[in-house]
Design a protein around this ligand. Structure first.
Ligand SMILES: [Zn+2]
Length: 306
């Protein structure tokens, strides 16, 4: 299993056991996946257009504090003089109002704060949602919060998915159109790339492979900016997840053999799953299993799901 999940797992386990569960009762990626499958099938039944998945640069930080800098604190452990950001009076003297609240301690101002970095989580969320708190700092000690950064990396662009119907075997045709840009002061050109997944309406593996490719695309795991190993130029290059760029030619030549659906089932999909897993992209079944084993993983699991 991926390192990402393991680290999260350990962190969560060391967290305070008294924390309130903020877990929605229904976590079922398989259901979400099945709905997506229906929608994409009906899209291609009704339309000959492409199904577009755009990948954009995210320029804003999320208005959320990095949860690695946040620890849950039971009400009983709150210092008597810690004050509410709303009432400007101590939490303890308003126990009836606050004893059901979620309290957190922020490592970013634990040492400098008159509150020792302790806040009612809902008050903190309210503060962060206000436009005026642009610099995201603690109103009591003026230390900057450790904000959660949404870090997207180029390339950006569009993935156009179409269904290429052929008599012998149909294919999902994935056309990536990626924009030029700048990275580390160096300019790189745009790039288009096509990939194919054998398609049959009753083939589970076709849809799963497409779903994984979409997840990997949205999460920036298919391409990166770097020096090409084939021609040495600086630009948009593959990022370690293999894709079949031809419909024919055989598995060893970036394509498929005589029975593409068999190649998909026996080789291409198993490889795709393992390559995806190594970069924290999981199948709906894997996600549901992880959640069942540890419901506290919910945020970490949902983070990468498109
Ligand atoms: Zn503070």
């Amino acid at each position: 299993m991926s390192e990402f999940i393991n680290t999260k797992n350990n962190k969560q386990n060391t967290q305070n056991k008294t924390q309130k569960e903020e877990i929605k009762p229904i976590f079922n990626i398989k259901d979400k996946y099945n709905l997506w499958k229906e929608s994409i099938h009906s899209f291609f039944q009704k339309s000959s257009r492409s199904y577009v998945v755009e990948r954009k640069k995210l320029t804003h930080n999320k208005s959320e504090i990095n949860y690695n800098s946040m620890e849950n604190i039971p009400f009983d452990n709150i210092p008597d003089d810690a004050i509410s950001l709303v009432l400007y009076d101590s939490y303890k003297s308003n126990a009836s109002e606050f004893n059901q609240s979620n309290f957190v301690k922020l490592s970013s101002c634990e040492k400098t704060c008159p509150n020792n970095g302790i806040f009612d989580k809902s008050e903190l969320d309210m503060l962060l949602s206000m436009k005026s708190s642009k610099n995201k700092e603690c109103p009591l000690c003026k230390n900057k919060f450790d904000m959660f950064k949404e870090e997207t990396t180029p390339p950006y662009g569009k993935l156009n998915i179409s269904l290429q119907r052929q008599r012998s075997c149909s294919f999902y045709r994935l056309e990536f159109h990626m924009n030029s840009g700048m990275q580390d002061g160096r300019r790189y050109g745009g790039r288009s790339q096509t990939a194919y997944i054998p398609y049959s309406s009753d083939c589970e593996e076709s849809d799963l492979a497409l779903w994984l490719m979409i997840q990997a695309w949205v999460n920036g795991r298919l391409f990166t900016i770097g020096v090409s190993v084939t021609h040495g130029g600086f630009g948009i290059v593959f990022s370690g997840i293999h894709m079949k760029t031809n419909t024919r030619g055989g598995l060893n030549c970036h394509g498929y053999g005589r029975v593409p659906l068999n190649d998909l089932r026996n080789s291409v999909l198993p490889n795709l799953i393992s390559e995806c897993n190594s970069v924290d992209i999981f199948t709906p079944e894997q996600l549901d299993d992880f959640f069942e084993n540890d419901p506290k993983l919910i945020n970490a699991l949902l983070k990468n799901v498109y």
